[in-house]
Design a protein around this ligand. Structure first.
Ligand code: NAP
Ligand code: GDD
Length: 340
């Protein structure tokens, strides 16, 4: 039985990846922060199968202890400060967690694997996946973006991810670690945090439909993203570590929609006219925007055999339906359910 350690297991992707690995016969450990992390709702359904180990990407020794205790075959580093606007508010912390946190995980693996020298060191046994991001492409240099497209990050988050990406490559080349990154484009689900735009929209649409909210305030409606379903993307993470050699992959659908398209689809799903409810709020426009992201995922398709199964219109409908159901239950219970 293979053993996996997932950092960020309480997040959207961590919960889907944990389920996927459990279904595939893995013993799965999740790294959690704090004594009683309040965010375990997403992995509640796995509570029988999952094991938890405490640790924090800010605390090197906690990561060494976690890797030493678990002795994993595979480490998936999904933990990060992942909300782009927060990265301007807490730029230093974002650099520490989203950037240097990757180095700390790699160091933990190097130390526990007993790899000390450089260059000629034996190939480590622990395989490492880094959650890189299309946000690194930022002000894009070409369309669509592939594994060789230069980075031009537009946020402290994007800059921190670029560091994480390059330090992962550097540990692969310096120490022979099996370390690879997935450069994933935006992926969403009913478990998406409420602050991200698709979930902000689906939740607002449900609340407006049920008479619990009057308007939806948004920033830039013209931004274009390549959105997919998180459940599809965790299959790619696993496939990246299942290859014979460690290689970085771009993962996305190659299809684009604007925020305005997302709004239109979500309101149409409940037969409402979006223009009556959406208010553009300049305070929600970012200091530097990423205007357009579109994946060229040819390598993921041909070498990993990865294909997305859920289209963006299906995804928006899925999210609206989930929020309608959840919001109705909240209304009937006269209070919020444990959410994310
Ligand atoms: P998410 O829902 O925001 O989850 C982030 C996770 O990181 C949470 O489990 C959080 O734990 C954990 N975390 C934050 N700070 C930590 C720290 N100091 N030590 C340990 N854990 C910490 O993110 P996601 O959407 O699942 O994304 C997963 C990863 O993929 C992230 O690295 C993100 O940047 C990257 N990514 C995401 C997308 C996307 O579209 N979703 C695309 C490209 C890349 P708590 O519960 O303790 O807060
Ligand atoms: N969050 C949010 N809230 N975004 C808005 C809003 C709003 O009210 N109005 C417009 N937008 C626009 C943003 O300006 C951005 O262009 C787009 O919607 C998507 O924003 P988010 O959903 O917050 O995602 P993101 O693209 O910034 O970042 C996500 O994807 C990255 C991969 O490209 C995150 O998951 C990152 O962690 C991930 O790396």
């Amino acid at each position: 039985m293979k053993r996996a350690l997932i950092t960020g297991v309480t997040g959207q992707d961590g919960s889907y990846l944990a389920e996927y690995l459990v279904r595939n016969g893995y013993e799965v450990w999740g790294l959690v922060r704090g004594q009683s992390n309040p965010h375990r709702a997403r992995v509640q359904r796995l509570v029988e199968e999952l094991r938890f180990v405490e640790g924090d990407l800010l605390d090197q020794s906690s990561l060494v202890k976690a890797v030493d205790l678990v002795q994993p075959d595979e480490v998936y580093n999904l933990a990060a400060i992942s909300y782009v606007p927060l990265s301007w508010q807490q730029a230093e912390l974002t650099g520490e967690v989203t950037g240097l946190g990757v180095l700390r995980m790699l160091e933990a693996i190097r130390m526990v694997s007993g790899i000390n020298g450089s260059g000629s060191a034996p190939r480590g046994q622990i395989r490492f996946y880094q959650a890189s991001s299309s946000e690194m492409f930022g002000k894009v240099r070409e369309v669509p973006q592939n594994e060789f497209t230069p980075f031009y990050p537009r946020s402290p988050y994007g800059a921190a991810k670029a560091y994480g990406h390059f330090i992962t490559r550097n540990y692969r080349e310096s120490y022979g670690l099996f370390a690879a990154s997935g450069i994933l484009f935006n992926h969403e689900s009913p478990r998406r945090g409420r602050e991200f735009v698709t979930r902000k929209i689906s939740r607002a649409v449900a609340r407006i439909r049920l008479g619990m909210q009057q308007e939806l305030r948004l920033g830039n409606l013209d931004a274009v993203r390549d959105w997919g379903f998180a459940g599809d993307y965790v299959r790619a993470m696993h496939a990246i570590l299942a290859q014979e050699t460690p290689v970085d992959y771009v993962v996305g659908t190659g299809r684009t929609h604007s925020v305005r398209d997302a709004v239109r689809m979500a309101f149409a799903a409940v037969d409402l006219d979006w223009e009556r409810y959406v208010v553009v709020d300049p305070a929600l426009v970012r200091p530097a925007e990423v205007d357009l992201l579109c994946a060229d995922a040819k390598n993921a398709r041909t070498r990993l055999g990865w294909e997305p199964q859920v289209s963006f219109p299906e995804l928006m409908r899925m999210m609206v339906e989930a929020d309608l159901e959840r919001t109705a239950r909240e209304r009937d219970a006269s209070g919020p359910l444990a959410d994310w």
